[in-house]
Design a protein around this ligand. Structure first.
Ligand SMILES: Cc1cc2nc3c(=O)[nH]c(=O)nc-3n(C[C@H](O)[C@H](O)[C@H](O)COP(=O)(O)O)c2cc1C
Length: 200
């Protein structure tokens, strides 16, 4: 059983992804489903919906992102740089996990428990964070790399139409994943003295 702290340390944002993955798409779908299914959520509301894109669906997502990014690009040069990043860092991967919040569930909770109504939007975001971290760790533990991207809301409409998703689902993040073709760069840490306290 690998040490959990080691699994945490091993997980990084990986921007050089490839398609050299041992698992097949169905296996990965099953593993990702398992990771999200076991996450906690406020009132066990399970407001996080995950869509796993592999193969042509994954390629299509990043085509959508490029189409939408082109519409808002400041210049031709800026778009060329963006295109290189999207193709190299995200489309080059094996798949992408899309994370959504089902707003029907969140709005239902507000009505069901009005005393907590002001909290439910925050709690839905926390559930997104917990779910994506669970998947990120799970992928990392399989030796796969991933990063977290936010091309929402720019791509929301096209994504919803292309994959025929419910209107109540709001896109909160995109996680391209795949083989690790280059390691993450070093990262810096805040001083523990500044960040943590312990009273006993
Ligand atoms: C809520 C959240 C939003 C993030 N958004 C992005 C993003 O839009 N694009 C990106 O490349 N990385 C994004 N990241 C990744 C962080 O930049 C990264 O986790 C951080 O720099 C630490 O690096 P590490 O993931 O390698 O540990 C996000 C991370 C979190 C938790």
């Amino acid at each position: 059983m690998p040490d959990f702290a080691k699994i945490q340390e091993q997980r990084r944002s990986i921007y050089n992804l490839g398609k050299n993955v041992q698992q097949n798409p169905d296996e990965l779908f099953s593993i990702i489903k398992g990771a999200v299914r076991e996450t906690p959520s406020a009132f066990n509301s399970q407001s996080v919906q995950a869509v796993v894109l592999t193969g042509q669906a994954h390629e299509k997502l990043w085509e959508i992102a490029l189409t939408e990014l082109k519409k808002v690009a400041a210049s031709e040069e800026a778009f060329t740089a963006t295109k290189t990043k999207v193709n190299h860092s995200f489309a080059a991967g094996f798949g992408t996990v899309l994370y959504f919040t089902d707003t029907n569930i969140v709005e239902g909770l507000k009505k069901q428990a009005p005393a907590y109504a002001d909290n439910f939007d925050d709690w839905a975001e926390e559930a997104i964070g917990i779910s994506l971290y669970a998947v990120w760790l799970t992928l990392s533990n399989l030796g796969l790399g991933a990063s977290l991207q936010h091309y929402n809301p720019l791509i929301d409409q096209a994504v919803k139409e292309t994959f025929n998703l419910p209107d109540s689902w709001v896109l909160r993040g995109q996680m391209p994943f795949g083989s690790i073709e280059a390691p993450a760069q070093d990262k810096t840490y805040q001083d523990d003295m500044v960040r943590f306290m312990h009273f006993n």
